[in-house]
Design a protein around this ligand. Structure first.
Ligand code: FAD
Length: 610
C-alpha cells in the first residue's frame, strides 16, 4: 500500500501500516521535510496531549519523536483534575524531524520514496495505484492521501498571493483534480502562521521567562528520560500601539480586504481577527518560543497574520523586547482544498471509492496531533483492508481519536476542526495517564503494536496488579486509623488502604506514613492507582454511562418505524432517516447530517414505543 504525504498524518499512516506487516511505501514530495512542523514548534496541549498519548498507546511515533526533540515539557492544567491535564512540549524542529526520520527508517516493511503524486489509478471504481508527476506509476492495494494544506494551496501575504503547499513547497493540483473526478465533495479552508523572528535581536532581559517542568515528563511510555537540554520561553504582550498599527492597515490584510473567502481556525485566530473580535481587550499575551537549540529562530505564538510584510515589521516592533527585532520570514495565510469528511466512514475510508483513505488536514482538521491520530487509523485500516481484515473503529468512549473521527464523519466541519476536552463526553475516562490501558490491548489485537511496547505494557500491567494487591491487603481498624490521624467513622469496620484512597484529599504519600510498604510501589503505578482510587466514584458513574451509550448504540430500530411520528426531528433529518432506514441506532448516527440531538429524540421514541 502507498501513503501519499510525509507530514504528521502520513508518517503515522505509513508506520502503522508497516507495523501490521503490509508492504508499504511512503511517497512524499521532499524526504528532507518528513515530519516538518509547518507552524508552531510544539506538540500536545489540552486535548491534543491526550491524542499524542493515544497515538503512543497504539505504538505510533509522535510521542517518541517529541521525546527526542522536545526542548520544554509542561503538563498544562497541572493544578486541575487529571481529566483536563494535557502534556505539551516545545520542539527543536530539526531534532523532531531527525527523530521522525530515524523512526521511519528503522521500521520494517516501509520504503521512503521521494516524488509527487499527480493522479490516482482507478480500476472498476476501486483505487489500484497512483501516477507520479514524473510519469512513474505505483500499483497499490490501498492508497492513503495525507497531503495537508498542499491541494491547490494559495498563500496570501498582504496584497501578494502565490501558489504553494506551504512556504517553500510546491502546491499540488493533480490530486485535487483526481478527487473531484471521483466525485468527492471539495471545499476551501484557510490557516495562518506568524512571522519568524531572529532571537539574537530580541531584548530578552526585560521579559518574563517561563521554564518547563523539572524533571520533564515524557509523552511516550517507552521513554525513560528526556536527555536533551531544556530551554525557557519569553513572554511579551501586544499594546495600544500594536493594535493601532493593525487597525490602520486592516484593509491590507488578505483576510479583511476580502481576498480570502475561506474560513480559518476559530480557536487559533489571526492577530487581526483577535483585535477586531475582542476590541475591548487592551493586550494579548505572546509567547516567544525558541525553534531549536542551535537555531536562533523564534516563533512568536499568538500573532499569526496575513498583513503585508512591512506592516508585520512595524506591528511587531511595538512590543516590549521586540523593538529592534529582525524578522527572518513574514507570516502568511494559506487557502487549500479539503474534502468534506462526511464522505468517509469511521475507518477513514472514502465510502464511495474502495481502496482510498484520507487523513489529516485534507479532512478539514488543523493540528499535528489531529493529523497524526487520523493517519494512524487510516494507515492501519488501509493495511487491514489489503489483508482482508475488519477495520479498527474507535468509538466516543474508547478515545479522543474516536470522538474526533465520529464528529468529522457525522457532522462534517465548516471550519478547521481541532480537538478540545469539551468535545469528549467521557473525558474523565479518556485521560492522558491511562491512554495505554485503554488502547494498547486494542492495538495489540489489531496488529499495530510491536514487541518492545508489548513487553513494556505487560510490565506496566504487572506493576499495577501488584500495587493494587498491596493496597487491598493492607487494612486497619477505625481505632488504629484514628490513632494515626485519619478521620474515619468509629463503626468497627476495618478499612483497606484502597478504601482510604477514595477519601477526600487522601494521597498515597499520606497512607505510606501508616504503611511504609506502600513506598515500594513503583512511581508510575502509584500515580495511576492514586488517580483511579481517588476518582473511583466518578469513574464508576461514567463507566455506567458508557455501558448505556453502547447499549443504546446497538439498539435495533424497527423496520416499520414511521419517522413522521418521531418528535423534534428536522424535516431534513426525517427524510434522511426515512430514505436510509438504518437497522440500528448506531447506523442512524452514522448517516451524515443526523445530529446527536436527533439520535437522542429517536432513542426516546423507540424506548417509549417499547
Ligand atoms: P502536512 O503536515 O501539511 O503534510 C503534508 C505532506 O504531504 C507534506 O509532506 C507534503 O510534502 C506532502 N505532499 C503534499 N502533496 C503531495 C503529493 N502530491 N505527493 C507527495 N507528497 C505530497 N495547526 C495548528 O494546530 N495551529 C496552527 O496555528 C496552524 N497553523 C498553520 C499555518 C500554516 C501556514 C500551515 C501550512 C499549517 C498550519 N497548521 C496549524 C496546521 C498543521 O501544520 C497541520 O494541521 C498539520 O501539519 C497537518 O498535517 P498533515 O499531515 O495533514 O499535512
Amino acid at each position: 500500500m502507498v501513503v501519499i504525504g510525509g507530514g504528521h498524518a502520513g508518517c503515522e499512516a505509513a508506520a502503522a501500516a508497516a507495523r501490521t506487516g503490509a508492504d508499504t511505501i511512503l511517497l512524499t514530495q521532499r524526504l528532507d521535510t518528513l515530519g516538518e512542523m509547518s507552524c508552531n514548534p510544539a506538540i500536545g496541549g489540552l486535548a491534543k496531549g491526550q491524542l499524542v498519548r493515544e497515538i503512543d498507546a497504539l505504538d505510533g511515533l509522535m510521542g517518541r519523536a517529541i521525546d527526542q526533540g522536545g526542548i520544554q515539557f509542561r503538563i498544562l492544567n497541572r493544578s486541575k483534575g487529571p481529566a483536563v491535564q494535557g502534556p505539551r512540549a516545545q520542539a527543536d524542529r530539526k531534532l523532531y524531524r531527525q527523530a521522525m526520520r530515524s523512526l521511519l527508517e528503522a521500521q520494517e516493511n516501509l520504503r521512503l520514496v521521494q516524488g509527487a503524486a499527480d493522479d490516482l489509478v482507478v480500476t472498476d471504481g476501486t483505487v489500484t495505484g497512483l501516477v507520479l508527476a514524473d510519469g512513474r506509476t505505483i500499483a497499490a492495494g490501498a492508497v492513503v492521501v495525507t497531503t495537508g494544506t498542499f491541494l491547490s494551496g494559495l498563500i496570501h501575504c498582504g496584497e501578494r498571493t502565490w501558489a504553494a503547499g506551504r512556504v517553500g513547497d510546491a502546491p499540488n493540483y493533480g490530486l485535487s483534480r483526481a478527487l473531484k473526478r471521483l466525485g468527492l465533495p471539495l471545499a476551501r479552508l484557510k490557516t495562518g502562521t506568524p512571522a519568524r523572528l531572529d532571537g539574537r535581536t530580541i531584548d530578552w532581559a526585560g521579559l518574563d521567562m517561563q521554564a518547563g517542568d523539572d524533571p520533564p515528563v515524557p509523552f511516550s511510555t517507552l521513554t525513560t528520560a528526556i536527555t536533551q537540554p531544556q530551554v525557557r520561553c519569553g513572554i511579551t504582550y501586544t499594546n495600544a500601539a500594536t493594535h493601532g498599527v493593525i487597525i490602520a492597515n486592516l484593509h491590507r490584510s488578505a483576510m479583511y480586504s476580502g481576498r480570502i473567502q475561506s474560513v480559518g481556525p476559530r480557536y487559533c485566530p489571526s492577530i487581526e481577527d483577535k483585535i477586531v473580535r475582542f476590541a475591548d481587550k487592551d493586550r494579548h499575551q505572546i509567547f516567544l518560543e525558541p525553534e531549536g537549540l542551535d537555531d536562533p529562530t523564534v516563533y512568536p505564538n499568538g500573532i499569526s497574520t496575513s498583513l503585508p510584510a512591512e506592516v508585520q515589521d512595524a506591528m511587531i516592533r511595538t512590543m516590549a523586547g521586540l523593538e529592534r527585532v529582525t524578522i527572518l520570514r513574514p507570516g502568511y495565510a494559506i487557502e487549500y482544498d479539503f474534502v468534506d469528511p462526511r464522505a468517509l466512514d469511521r475507518s477513514l475510508a472514502v465510502r464511495s471509492v474502495p481502496g482510498l483513505f484520507l487523513a489529516g488536514q485534507i479532512n478539514g482538521t488543523t493540528g499535528y496531533e489531529e493529523a497524526g491520530a487520523q493517519g494512524l487509523v487510516a494507515g492501519l485500516n488501509a493495511a487491514r483492508r489489503v489483508a482482508g481484515s475488519a477495520p479498527l473503529i474507535l468509538d466516543r468512549a474508547d478515545a479522543y481519536i474516536g470522538v474526533m473521527i465520529d464528529d468529522l464523519v457525522r457532522l462534517g466541519t465548516s471550519e478547521p476542526y481541532r480537538m478540545f476536552t469539551s468535545r469528549a463526553e467521557y473525558r474523565l475516562l479518556l485521560r492522558s495517564d491511562n491512554a495505554d490501558l485503554r488502547l494498547t490491548p486494542i492495538g495489540e489485537a489489531m496488529g499495530s503494536v510491536g514487541p518492545e511496547r508489548r513487553q513494556a505494557f505487560a510490565h506496566r500491567l504487572a506493576g499495577l496488579t501488584a500495587g493494587r494487591a498491596v493496597l487491598d491487603r493492607l487494612s486497619a481498624s477505625p481505632t488504629v486509623l484514628a490513632r494515626a490521624g485519619f478521620a474515619v467513622n468509629q463503626d468497627g469496620v476495618a478499612r483497606s488502604a484502597w478504601d482510604l484512597l477514595g477519601y477526600p484529599d487522601m494521597t498515597l504519600a499520606r497512607l505510606a506514613l501508616l504503611w511504609p510498604e506502600l513506598g515500594a510501589i513503583d512511581p508510575a503505578s502509584a500515580e495511576q492507582l492514586e488517580i483511579e482510587g481517588k476518582y473511583r466514584g466518578y469513574l464508576d458513574r461514567q463507566e455506567a454511562d458508557i455501558r448505556a451509550y453502547r447499549r443504546d448504540e446497538g439498539l435495533e430500530l424497527p423496520a416499520d418505524l414511521d419517522y413522521a411520528q418521531v418528535g423534534s426531528l428536522s424535516n431534513e433529518v426525517r427524510q434522511k432517516l426515512a430514505a436510509a432506514r438504518p437497522a440500528s441506532l448506531a447506523a442512524a448516527a452514522r448517516i451524515p447530517g443526523v445530529t446527536p440531538a436527533a439520535i437522542s429524540a429517536l432513542l426516546g421514541h423507540v424506548k417509549r414505543r417499547g
